[in-house]
Structures are given as structure tokens and as C-alpha cells.
Design a protein around this ligand. Structure first.
Ligand SMILES: NC(=O)c1ccc[n+]([C@@H]2O[C@H](COP(=O)([O-])OP(=O)(O)OC[C@H]3O[C@@H](n4cnc5c(N)ncnc54)[C@H](O)[C@@H]3O)[C@@H](O)[C@H]2O)c1
Length: 300
């Protein structure tokens, strides 16, 4: 069965280059009408050039698809959604992908290095999602994919700002997935790996061949499809490999209600032992671990 996006309207941010372009081309090739957003910045977030979005729109339209350009910054998220509404009358899919880097070691990181990264990755994704949300709620359908990074999941030298923004995006995904559930709005996070302008200096020519951006797009496309029931999840994707991540928690140990630092030290092995680990997937399951202790405390 072919997965198509007929009658669906997608907003793909940062779609003038790299991953966003690959996502936009894929969605359009499957019938989605696409708003190709791109502010046209450098990889450091400088400048503003409309040609990035224009070229992708031309490529989609020349191939028989339907796309319009939007040149606003994702920080003005409502304008991107307005472009979808005024041209196509609806918005079904948001792929939050736009971004740039301001890498520097933490001791040299300026306020601007921090806030510009928060603004484009986290606040930008928030603003586009917030603008699309009322339409998705009303039509009882929506799919949002947020773009994280291995730097957010695992941390990376020189990327304190970027790592923080990228993992925060998954926090947003998890909570939005809960809020969107009853309205058939599914929200997921993808942490990609792909050769692009952003990774030019860290990826070798050989790796570039394997790490094509379009090898990430199929999972983004699938998560945006109405057949996908997945929500609140985090995936890694690169070079044609796809995997899902989840939380893992040690069995842990209840140390009573009169606990010293020395008790923590003495029990460190048990507290950190993953032998009988569990995988709590929601907040009530997570809290159940101290349920007995809490009931005893409430009862006493
Ligand atoms: N390439 C990778 O391996 C990799 C790894 C992890 C995460 N990511 C993430 O994937 C996303 C895409 O990265 P890429 O490698 O394709 O980079 P890219 O530089 O090729 O494309 C990013 C696009 O976003 C646009 N953009 C930047 N700021 C914008 C703004 N304020 N509003 C609208 N558009 C804006 C740029 O003009 C650019 O066209 C980013 O969020 C990046 O952090 C990429």
C-alpha cells in the first residue's frame, strides 16, 4: 500500500537546504501541498536570502507537485501558518527543522550564542506548532515532527546551547503528544544525521556519500502520515538506519525516610544498577516507583 498525502498541507521549516529540503521534496512527491519555509541564513544564522526557498519551490512545482515559498523566520511562526492557510486553506503537518549553529566552548559562550540558538530551534518550533495547533485541534488531525540532535541526547563539546535546545524540543514533543492525543494530533522527535552545510566541517567526503539527507526523510514522512499511530517518541535516523530511544531507569532502592549522605554513598551500587531496569513511558508509571513510600507517608 502506498502512503500518500493527498489533500494534506505541510509546513516544512528550513526547507531551502539539507534535511528540510529532502523532507519537503518527499512530502510533495507523495501529494502533500507544501509550504517551503526558509529564511535563507548562513550556517551561523547570519543573512537572509529568499533564493533557498525559491529553488526548492521551483523543483517541486516543476516535478508536478504543489509548493509555495515562505521567507519568514520561524521565530514568526504564525506567518508560516498564515502562508499555509491563505494558499491552501489548512495545515495538517508541521516539520520543525530550521536551525543553525553557534558552536563554542562553554567558557566562551556569550548570551547571544545561547539565545540565538534557543530562539531558532526551541522558540521557533514552539511558535510554528502553537500557530498550527488550533487548526489541528479543530480538524481533529495533525502531525508534528520536531528535529533534535545526537548532541541533545548525548551532549557534545562546544554545543551547550544547541544540546540544551535540542533536548528541550523532545520535552516539548512528549508533553504536546499528551495534549494532542484526544484530537488525533501526533507529535514525535527525530534526531537526524546527514551530510549538509551544517556538518560540512565534521563529515568526510566518504561519509557524505553514505549520509544523504534524503535517507532521513522516510521516517519523517511516515510519522507525518495519518496511518502512523506513533506519538511522543524519539528516533535517531541516518545513512538509512532508523532506531527508537526510550528512558531506562534502574530498579532503584527505597532507603526509608531518614537518609544521610552516607546512606546514599553506601547504596550507590544499588541506586545505579541497571540489572533489573524498567522503562517508564509516562509520568504515572514513573511515579508508581515511589507509590508505596508515598502511601505510607500519607497514611502515617
Ligand atoms: N545535518 C545533521 O547531521 C544534523 C544532525 C542533527 C540535527 N540536525 C538538525 O537538522 C536540522 C536541519 O539541518 P541541516 O543539516 O539540514 O542544515 P542546513 O543548514 O542545510 O539547513 C537548515 C536551513 O534552515 C534555515 N534557517 C535557519 N534559520 C532559520 C530561521 N530562523 N527561519 C527559517 N529558516 C531558517 C537555513 O537557511 C537553512 O536553509 C537543524 O535543526 C539541525 O540542527 C542536523
Amino acid at each position: 500500500m502506498t502512503l500518500e498525502f493527498q489533500e494534506k498541507v505541510a509546513v516544512v521549516t528550513g526547507a531551502g537546504n539539507g534535511l528540510g529540503k529532502a523532507h519537503a521534496l518527499l512530502l510533495a512527491s507523495r501529494g502533500a501541498k507544501v509550504v517551503v519555509n526558509d529564511y535563507g541564513t548562513s550556517t551561523h544564522g547570519e543573512g537572509n536570502d529568499q533564493s533557498a526557498a525559491d529553488l526548492v519551490v521551483a523543483e517541486i512545482n516543476n516535478a508536478g507537485g504543489t509548493a509555495v515559498a515562505n521567507y519568514d523566520s520561524v521565530e514568526d511562526g504564525e506567518r508560516l501558518v498564515e502562508t499555509a492557510i491563505s494558499n491552501f486553506g489548512r495545515v495538517d503537518i508541521v516539520v520543525n527543522n530550521a536551525g543553525f549553529l553557534r558552536d563554542t566552548s562553554f567558557h566562551k559562550m556569550t548570551e547571544n550564542d545561547w539565545s540565538s540558538i534557543m530562539n531558532v530551534h526551541l522558540n521557533g518550533s514552539f511558535r510554528v506548532a502553537r500557530a498550527a495547533w488550533p487548526y489541528m485541534r479543530e480538524q481533529k488531525f495533525g502531525r508534528i515532527v520536531n528535529t533534535a540532535s545526537a548532541a541533545g541526547i548525548y551532549g557534545n563539546f562546544g554545543q551547550v546551547n544547541y544540546s540544551a535546545a535540542k533536548l528541550a524540543l523532545h520535552g516539548m514533543t512528549q508533553a504536546l503528544a499528551i495534549e494532542g492525543k484526544s484530537r488525533n494530533i501526533h507529535v514525535n522527535t527525530v534526531a537526524p544525521a546527514a551530510a549538509s552545510r551544517l556538518t560540512d566541517t565534521v563529515i568526510s567526503r566518504e561519509q557524505t556519500k553514505a549520509l544523504r539527507a534524503d535517507l532521513v526523510s522516510p521516517i519523517v514522512g511516515y510519522l507525518c502520515h495519518e496511518d502512523s499511530t506513533e506519538s511522543g517518541s524519539l528516533f535517531e535516523a541516518g545513512a538509512g538506519w532508523f532506531g527508537k530511544l526510550r528512558w531506562e531507569r534502574t530498579e532503584g532502592k527505597n532507603l526509608g525516610n531518614n537518609i544521610t549522605l552516607e546512606d546514599i554513598a553506601a547504596n550507590w551500587g544499588d541506586i545505579t544498577n541497571f540489572e533489573n531496569a524498567t522503562h517508564p513511558s509516562d509520568i504515572s508509571t514513573a511515579f508508581a516507583a515511589f507509590g508505596d513510600v508515598m502511601s505510607a507517608a500519607v497514611g502515617s
